[in-house]
Write a protein that binds this ligand. Structure first.
Ligand SMILES: Cc1cc2nc3c(=O)[nH]c(=O)nc-3n(C[C@H](O)[C@H](O)[C@H](O)COP(=O)(O)OP(=O)(O)OC[C@H]3O[C@@H](n4cnc5c(N)ncnc54)[C@H](O)[C@@H]3O)c2cc1C
Length: 336
């Protein structure tokens, strides 16, 4: 589309630390750039006292850094970040804008897309350029059974959030790009939000490779709300949470929690698989578990062939009962 050019990457930064996924997106942008006749790759970097971090962005693939450094941008807030970025888009007109599919990136990208009146593909696992020069945004759909390719032919920029882990950080290059400081004007309407307190999520106490108990969920869980049952069961058993590919695609688990052929191989004393069909790509990752318990409402599910104990049931009915019983047990003695 005429007048729109270049690829932008949003650089996620908190507490003076750039998120790894930002460097991964710079790699993705460089690959797209080659397919677009070496389109310029620019990084959009917001925060406060972030000057020293900017060089790192140039070293890992940006030709230009648009840097907005202002006290009001120190902690992430949707409204001021949206204001700065959407005004920058209107002025510079990038053709493509990539955001990390993190909670911050997803929140910001949706707001920015609405503000500049364009589309947004969320949680892309692959990007490419078609022969018309459009961004092909590949998103797993229907629990990973279909890979949908989304185009945004009529609006610019073409915007997408990309899952962490889709690309790797590139090799550091000799710094040769430029930094452009963006003037920041915060208006009263951008100050409706404020950060009261920040609570950092605890890192999982144990990884699925080292845990003695792993509770894994699959596509059968169906939604984020019901995923809490998987978490509660893992909690009461002092176990780690894992899953199949669909929960990863849905963003319920991280890359480190996927079990199977392209994920982790685990050897726990106890594995409980809930709403998991038991295809070979998953089962290869659990066959060394000492005990496999499968909960599935389909008696013909393949997972039962690998299970020491199979429960044919709707997990929504059985898991709450199981949690209740385990809690009673742990009152008498702690569950190991
Ligand atoms: C090259 C390649 C590599 C792959 N690598 C991996 C990998 O490493 N790990 C991985 O997991 N997958 C991997 N996959 C994907 C894999 O092929 C399957 O698509 C995936 O494992 C299926 O996950 P699932 O069992 O959760 O979903 P599904 O196969 O959709 O199964 C869902 C199950 O939930 C049950 N269910 C539905 N509702 C309920 C309910 N209310 N109560 C109880 N049960 C219910 C259903 O009966 C069904 O059996 C890979 C695929 C490819 C092509």
């Amino acid at each position: 589309m005429k007048g729109w050019k270049g690829i932008w990457v949003f650089i996620e930064q908190e507490e003076g630390c750039i998120a790894e996924v930002s460097f991964e997106l710079l790699t993705a942008a460089r690959l797209l750039s080659r397919k677009m006749g070496l389109a310029e790759v620019s990084a959009v970097f917001l925060g406060h006292k972030i000057r020293e971090l900017s060089d790192e962005i140039l070293i890992y693939g940006a030709d230009r850094v648009f840097r907005a450094d202002h006290p009001s941008l120190e902690k992430y807030l949707t409204l001021p970040y949206t204001r700065v970025i959407s005004e920058l888009i209107s002025e510079k007109r990038p053709e493509i804008f990539l955001f990390p599919a993190t909670s911050l990136g997803a929140d910001l990208a949706a707001r920015v897309a609405a503000r500049v009146n364009t589309g947004l593909s969320a949680h892309c696992t692959q990007l490419d350029i078609n022969d018309r020069g459009e961004l092909m945004q590949v998103v797993p759909a229907f629990g990973g059974k279909v890979m949908a390719t989304i185009l945004c032919p009529q609006h610019r920029p073409q915007m997408a959030t990309i899952r962490p882990g889709v690309c790797r950080r590139g090799e550091p290059q000799k710094k040769k790009g430029t930094i452009e400081d963006v003037p920041v004007e915060i208006r009263p309407e951008d100050r409706k939000q404020r950060v009261v307190e920040v609570h950092w999520a605890k890192k999982p106490a144990q990884t699925i490779e080292e845990a003695e108990v792993v509770v894994a969920g699959g596509a059968g869980i169906g939604n984020q709300e019901d995923w809490k049952l998987v978490e509660q069961l893992a909690d009461v058993l002092h176990g780690a949470i894992g899953g199949t590919r669909p929960p990863l695609d849905e963003g319920w688990i991280s890359e480190e929690q996927m079990i199977g052929q392209s994920g982790k191989t685990i050897r726990p004393k106890l594995y409980i698989g809930i709403g998991i069909s038991g295809v070979i790509q998953h089962v290869v990752g659990i066959q060394d578990a000492q005990m496999i318990i499968a909960i599935n409402n389909d008696p013909k599910a393949a997972i039962f062939q690998n299970a020491d104990l199979g429960v044919v049931a709707d997990f929504r009915k059985i898991i709450p009962l199981l949690i209740e019983e385990l809690k009673k047990l742990s009152k008498d003695k702690p569950v190991p």
